[in-house]
Design a protein around this ligand. Structure first.
Ligand code: FES
Ligand code: FE2
Length: 432
């Protein structure tokens, strides 16, 4: 892929990443390089769940970076990810978000494609025969449909989750995650059949990295989110661990609920509301599930409390969420340096009983665009971006817990953010 205009080097304080120049969030040339180097090359990006396309012909339109792609199940049951760009004149031919098709037909000139992306039909390919026997127009005689398929991406499926890559040379998905993060991935997606419960989508006026940072920031949930602090779902005094892959691009924040409603040091936090009560206590009808601990929960020291919340960031495109009984994926789709779409897919498991399904749906009220918790995150991202855009030369500080990068057994650190920017600098500052 050709390079766009090289960005101006950022004014990092030194070779660390504990101060992040605001321009990393606003500069157009940096953003273009991020798309090329993270979303379009060398990385696996999330596209969806197998449960979203259960039957042959089922498809879902989504995005990798700014490029539109279609996840579709073919007649043989295989999964294909096709770029939504007609091989004729380049139209984004698929307009529906999801549906079922025997094939795809571009509306512009009605070129038809199989569910594997092969070009099958070209109207008037052989021109139009005239009454005198001559033929007018049509494609050249050497036009070969086999050379004009849709762009078909690399696909990796694990535990019912589908990732794709534009890069034919991308490393195997399991190597991409690395053993530590793969263990946390497999704890959630351990092979059980998934069931789609619903989706939300929102457009957040902030840089896409801020959402990765938000879920690599265990400092804020117990301070910003009244709901979390007061009802004990995420507090600084919960037992917790932070884990990264070897390159520090992915991370897992692991926390065990305790101290709900009890006073402690966090009682001094202004967002802790000792007298706050729920009108409907069923939001906190939390039922532990066998998979929370167990053999698929990696790296569990003897006697460690079972994790009740594990937030996993898979760089650059997705967050995997377990907050007690609510499980979802959150897909990041950038749209320029100052905006991204954020798509939430709430799911359950085929062996859930009806009570568990209802419980997951109720707890999903914490999340999504108007969630009790996550509405706060959308706002702080918006207000951060406003300052980055208006204040050139500024820098964000990420020095909580020191200036280095490493796994920890507590939450009072910004090490995961520093780690992500170590990786970011490695990739973004490399020569072509
Ligand atoms: Fe799709 Fe012409 S652009 S058929
Ligand atoms: Fe948050």
């Amino acid at each position: 892929m050709s390079a766009t205009t090289a960005p101006e080097p950022l004014a990092w304080a030194d070779d660390g990443t504990h101060r992040i120049p605001f321009a990393a969030y606003t500069d157009e040339a940096i953003y273009r390089r991020e798309l090329e180097r993270f979303f379009y090359r060398g990385h696996w990006c999330y596209v969806g769940l197998e449960a979203e396309v259960p039957k042959p012909g089922d498809f879902k339109r989504t995005a990798i970076g700014e490029r539109s792609v279609i996840l579709v199940r073919d007649a043989q049951g295989g999964l294909n990810v096709l770029e939504n760009v007609c091989a004729h004149r380049g139209m984004r031919f698929c307009r529906e978000r999801h549906g079922n098709r025997k094939n795809f037909v571009c509306p512009y000139h009605q070129w038809g494609y199989s569910l594997k992306g092969e070009l099958q039909g070209v109207p008037f390919r052989r021109g139009l025969r005239q009454p005198d026997g001559t033929v007018h127009g049509g494609m050249p005689a050497d036009f070969d449909t086999a050379e004009h398929s849709l762009n078909r991406l690399q696909v990796a499926v694990r535990g019912g989750v589908v990732f794709a890559s534009f890069d034919p040379a991308v490393e195997p998905f399991e190597d991409y995650l690395g053993p530590e993060i793969l263990g946390w991935f497999d704890r959630l997606f351990n092979g059980r059949e998934l069931v789609l419960l619903g989706t939300n989508r929102q457009r957040i006026p902030g840089n896409w990295k801020l959402m990765q940072e938000n879920i690599k920031d265990p400092y804020h949930p117990g301070l910003l989110h009244t709901w979390f602090v007061t009802f004990g779902l995420w507090r600084a005094d919960n037992q917790s661990r932070l884990r990264m892959d070897a390159r520090h691009r992915h991370a897992a924040m692991i926390s065990s609920r305790g101290n709900a409603g009890k006073a402690s040091e966090v009682s001094n936090v202004s967002s802790f509301k000792a007298n706050m009560q729920l009108h409907d206590a069923s939001f906190l009808d939390i039922v532990p599930e066998p998979w929370w601990g167990g053999p698929n929960a990696p790296d569990m020291p003897d006697g460690a409390p079972v994790p009740t919340a594990v937030m996993t960031t898979i760089f650059p495109s997705v967050i995997l969420q377990q907050q007690v009984n609510s499980v979802s994926t959150r897909h990041i789709q950038p749209r320029g340096p100052g905006e991204f779409d954020f798509v939430w897919t709430h799911f359950g498991f085929a062996d859930d009983d009806e009570a568990m399904t209802q419980r997951r749906l109720r707890q999903a009220n914490l999340f999504g665009p108007a969630g009790f918790v996550s509405a706060d995150d959308g706002e702080v991202i918006e207000f951060s971006q406003q300052a980055f855009a208006a204040t050139p030369g500024g820098e964000a500080l990420a020095e909580l817990g020191g200036r280095d990068v490493g796994d920890t057994e507590h939450m009072l650190t910004e090490t995961l953010i520093r780690g992500m920017y170590r990786y970011w600098r490695d990739v973004m500052e490399a020569p072509e």
